[in-house]
Design a protein around this ligand. Structure first.
Ligand code: ADP
Ligand code: MG
Length: 221
């Protein structure tokens, strides 16, 4: 990574709620095509950190840069526009919209960017093993299939930064392993930078690096 600018560059990040400091001194770099797993005890601030990286929460101190863009320095609505284009999120609870078809769910990020592209949606569904699933409603899919829809949706607009918050927490171990393999392969193929919060050693085994969030910052796991 020497000499090459990382996609994600976090320096001295700290977050507090009132007087309660959640974490401080977080330094983190993730390169293009790199998948980093993030471990840490419940309540240590992993979800809060992801939200700070996406500009959805304000850190008390420190800087987040994505491809050189200082996220905290962007005013709304420029920050919202940046987020829609640059970030893809995968959540534990999938957050697939129940009243939209699979195709419309995956198309949503493109629609919000004014880039309608049914061929790209079809390609993404093929990539996650759900070719032809466009007209299906989410309630007709299994948990593993729903998470694949969520992965297709998180990557359809070619985001530079992929953030996954316990993406396999609701899946059985065999499905979880396949989902993490898929997510990692797609992130590497797209040359994005990914930070994946996980409790699972199996999931972490598919990452390029494994880090741990502590109250005092990030350490090698
Ligand atoms: P993790 O994802 O590692 O389990 P979280 O990021 O969800 O941890 O939470 C970190 C800490 O911040 C917890 O102590 C939680 O109670 C607290 N916290 C999270 N969100 C808020 C909020 N909006 N207001 C106050 N405290 C919060
Ligand atoms: Mg969390």
């Amino acid at each position: 990574m020497e000499g090459i600018r990382p996609v994600l560059d976090v320096r001295g990040l700290a977050k507090a709620y009132g007087d309660a400091e959640v974490f401080a001194g977080v330094d983190l770099q993730v390169a293009a095509g790199e998948v980093v797993a993030l471990l840490g005890e419940s309540g240590v601030g992993k979800s809060t950190l992801l939200n700070c990286l996406a500009g959805l929460d304000r850190p008390a101190r420190g800087q987040v840069r994505v491809d050189g863009v200082h996220v905290g320095a962007l005013a709304e609505p420029a920050q919202a526009a940046w987020r829609r284009a640059a970030v893809g999120f995968v959540f534990q609870a999938f957050h697939v919209l129940p009243h939209l078809t699979v195709g419309d769910n995956v198309a949503l990020p493109l629609l919000l960017l004014g880039r309608r592209d049914p061929a790209r949606v079809a390609q993404m569904l093929r990539t996650v093993g759900l070719a032809g699933f466009e007209p299906r409603l989410p309630r007709t899919l299994s948990g593993g299939q729903l998470q694949r829809v969520a992965i297709a949706r998180a990557l359809v607009h070619a985001p530079r930064l992929v953030l996954a918050d316990e993406p396999t927490g609701n899946l059985d171990p065999a499905t979880a392993t396949r989902i993490v393999e898929l997510l990692a392969a797609q992130v590497r193929a797209a040359g994005a930078a990914a930070l994946m919060v996980t409790h699972s050693a199996q999931a972490a085994a598919h990452a390029d690096r494994v880090l741990r969030l502590t109250a005092a910052g990030i350490v090698e796991a």
